[in-house]
Design a protein around this ligand. Structure first.
Ligand SMILES: Nc1nc2c(c(=O)[nH]1)N[C@H]1C(S)=C(S)[C@@H](COP(=O)(O)O)O[C@H]1N2
Ligand SMILES: [Mo]
Length: 532
């Protein structure tokens, strides 16, 4: 008997749910674009990706053809998930609202039961979100990300508020749309007065189209700011410069859309086990005595011969000086670097006294580019790039060993493996011939120990000749460039290998291991065919 009305109500509920979910999507996108409030996809990634082990993580990326495909999928599927949930909740709302309407019909467009249901659902989803994304019951808080660079406490508050506003916009639009379509009367009455339900539903369909277009446009704006065009960009080719130009410096980011920090809102705080916690504005930080220092960064996922390695001259304040000013307590076991994008990494306490550890704000004479951590990043020598936290907002001294993000996944080498590679010539362009003079060029890097020697073999490792160091950096924490003039003596296959020795006399290992999980080791080998 009630079936016809119930079906109609369900249909209107689904439609209203769709309108409301699209409206919420628009609100979320606007909050992300204008206020830097993380999207649910970003919060979810920060919360759960650290718990995916290195192998599963690499499998996952592989399934989407790499990080870029995976990030695009995450963004799109999260919005699909939101729409689906919104539509289903809309149907539930219809069922609840209609029951109330039968009990006390004809009073308002919103039945008391329906209104209560909407409030409870919005509140429940908000509370669940806060429980999931806050630090309550979790080792850390992911609400503290702010893509405008707000300090972590303010970021947590704005993210929590942003979620509430988003969810509330869903609730309000759902109730309003449902009420507007159904009108005052029970759906079981054959002809309610005013505009017929069908026509009102048609108008709501128009709302769907407009909101879908709006969210599509906003998504486009967001995607145009996303990391998709540059994530994982390598510095490769046969023309590797001693100092990598900023726009060619390799890039790795965990984010889908990197921060665009507003310098005026940004602060750097130093806290935890210190006598005098400090907070610096950008002006305060940049008025402290600064140093220029050359340093090479290499990603832990750089394979042998890969281009996830670059070198720059950085300017900034020594971490040591900033920590001294905050007067560290004794018993510090770990140092946490926390960032605006929700990323964090730790380094052991030696970093606090390392003269080469820098809080940097300039890169090759320019302000840090956005994608390299504007306005301020950490540079932690001797570690892979993951420790050099970009968009730095907080440094915390801790009394126990702690892991975050990539380290929880398992990417946690204690030191950088000694590495060397060839970059020239490009054997796709140059055919080696007997008697020709072929300058072999490359780089070598050891993390924090410098490079004392590079040797090259052109016979698959049977004999080794010393290469000439053609570029020596002004610090121990940057790469060298080398050259070896090769004159092929005979026709046929030649296997070229390079190996480096660090400043402490340690030889680059010949033992090959993949990047998973401690970074690649081994020696690059290139097989070329010598012609007559
Ligand atoms: N805030 C933040 N810092 C970060 C990352 C990140 O995703 N977010 N990625 C890390 C990783 S894995 C690497 S290899 C380096 C890369 O620095 P670059 O992009 O400036 O070359 O930044 C590190 N710092
Ligand atoms: Mo990395």
């Amino acid at each position: 008997m009630r079936a016809p009305g119930t079906f109609k109500a369900l249909g209107i509920g689904l439609l209203s749910g769709l309108v409301a979910a699209l409206a919420m999507t628009v609100v979320m996108l606007v909050l992300r674009l204008l206020a830097g409030i993380p999207l649910v996809a970003e919060l979810g990634g920060d919360r759960f990706l650290p718990f995916v082990g290195v192998s599963d993580f690499l499998d996952l990326l592989g399934r989407f053809g790499g990080p870029i495909g995976a990030k695009r999928f995450a963004l799109i599927s999260s919005f699909e998930g939101i729409l689906l949930t919104g539509v289903l909740v809309g149907a539930l709302y219809a069922l609840v609202a209609e029951r109330g309407r039968l009990a006390n019909s004809r009073r308002f467009n919103v039945t008391r039961r329906g209104g209560l249901f909407a409030v409870v659902v919005v509140a429940a989803i908000w509370v669940v979100s806060l429980a999931l994304f806050s630090g309550v019951g979790w080792p850390w808080n992911v609400l503290s990300a702010s893509f405008l660079g707000l300090p972590p406490v303010w970021a947590s508050i704005t993210t929590a508020l942003g979620l509430l506003i988003s969810y509330a916009s869903y609730g309000v639009v759902l109730v309003a749309t449902y009420g507007a379509i159904t009108g005052r009367r029970s759906l079981q009455r054959p002809t309610p007065p005013g505009i017929p339900v069908g026509r009102r539903a048609f108008l709501a369909g128009g709302g769907v189209v407009i909101l879908a277009l709006a969210s599509d446009w906003l998504t486009g704006r967001l995607v145009s700011r996303s990391v998709l065009p540059y994530d994982g960009m390598e510095y490769l080719g046969s023309d590797i410069q001693p100092i990598t130009p900023n726009d060619q410096f390799y890039v790795v980011t965990k984010s889908i859309i990197d921060p665009r920090v507003k310098k005026g809102l940004w602060r750097l705080s130093i806290g935890g086990m210190v006598e005098e916690p400090r907070t610096y504005s950008f002006e305060e930080l940049s008025s402290l005595p600064s140093v220029e220092q050359e340093m090479t960064l290499e990603c832990i996922s750089n394979p042998i011969g890969g281009g996830l390695m670059s070198n720059a001259i950085w300017e900034g304040v020594r971490l040591r000086d900033m920590i001294e000013a905050a007067r560290p307590q004794s018993g510090v076991e770990d140092v946490l670097f926390q960032a605006a994008d929700g990323y964090a990494h730790t380094a052991s306490p030696e970093v606090l006294t390392d003269p080469n550890a820098l809080i940097a704000y300039r890169m090759n004479g320019e302000p840090l580019p956005d994608r390299h951590g504007y306005p301020v990043r950490a540079l932690v020598p001797g570690y892979y790039g993951e420790a050099s936290v970009k968009w730095l907002t907080r440094i915390e001294l801790l009394d126990q060993d702690t892991k975050r993000y990539y380290a929880i996944q398992g990417w946690e080498a204690k030191g950088v493996a000694i590495s060397s590679r060839f970059y020239a010539p490009d054997f796709g362009q140059v055919t080696p011939r007997v008697g020709m003079n072929i300058p072999l060029r490359g780089i070598a890097f050891s993390g924090a120990q410098g490079i004392s020697m590079v040797k090259v073999s052109t016979d698959g490792g049977q004999s080794w000749q010393q290469a000439e160091i053609t570029y020596t950096p002004n610090s121990e924490v940057a790469w060298v460039h080398w050259r070896y003039n090769w004159q092929p003596g005979s026709v046929g296959e030649s296997r070229l290998i390079v190996r480096a020795t660090d400043g402490n006399g340690n030889l680059q290992t010949s033992e090959g291991s993949s990047i998973n999980p401690d970074g690649a080791t081994g020696r690059q080998q290139i097989t070329v065919n010598v012609e007559a």
